[in-house]
Design a protein. Structure first.
Length: 202
């Protein structure tokens, strides 16, 4: 965990870093297998290059625990410190429950999402980090969940990543979507890129 925390030391104030460290230690203690904690770290690290605020990264850590319905078991002090982060994570879950595959409700749902973006853009950034994490681990999803995820990436999340200027997120989401929907074409593309790279070095 120490290596993970050091990545955030330069982003936070000393007080924030101490609180974030305490949060990580607390969450790790709630997860005997550390599987959920590892997921939390991975999601948070996906947006580390953006150098965002304390509440956003704390929300990334908390989100997978709420997904798994694990009681955070915060004392009063931690509740006060992380209340904003919990709210962000809960809103991420709320917008995740919208059904984008139903054409009759698509417009209404997209509008609801845009309202969420306008209210707090951090909600959408955390959601994009979670989506990118899931796309990297598509093989762990059921066929139905994988289909739904990649449909939403194509129709919703990749365009929103572009709109927010998160080019590296959009680029990887598009690559992962191509590898899912058109694996052979994706392999050919990777082969071509590798050949172009070798030729460029000669």
């Amino acid at each position: 965990m120490e290596e993970f925390l050091q990545n955030y030391k330069s982003i936070f104030s000393n007080e924030q870093f101490e609180s974030f460290s305490a949060l990580c230690s607390h969450l790790c203690g709630l997860d005997e297998t550390e599987k959920v904690f590892t997921k939390s770290k991975d999601i948070s690290n996906l947006i580390l290059p953006l150098k965002l605020d304390f509440e956003t990264y704390s929300a990334c850590m908390i989100l997978p625990y709420l997904r798994e319905n694990i009681d955070l078991n915060f004392d009063e002090n931690m509740t006060n410190i992380f209340n904003g982060s919990v709210d962000i994570a809960k809103t991420v879950i709320k917008i995740s429950n919208l059904d984008y595959t139903n054409q009759q409700t698509e417009t209404e749902n997209v509008r609801s999402m845009l309202i969420a973006i306008a209210k707090d853009i951090r909600v959408m950034i955390v959601k994009l980090a979670e989506v990118l994490y899931l796309a990297r681990h598509t093989r762990e999803l059921s066929h139905e969940d994988a289909e739904k995820l990649h449909f939403e990436i194509r129709e919703i999340y990749s365009p929103i990543a572009s709109r927010l200027g998160l080019s590296y997120v959009k680029s990887e989401l598009n690559d992962l979507n191509l590898s899912y929907f058109k694996p052979n074409e994706y392999k050919k593309l990777l082969k071509q890129v590798a050949e172009d790279s070798r030729n460029g070095k000669e």
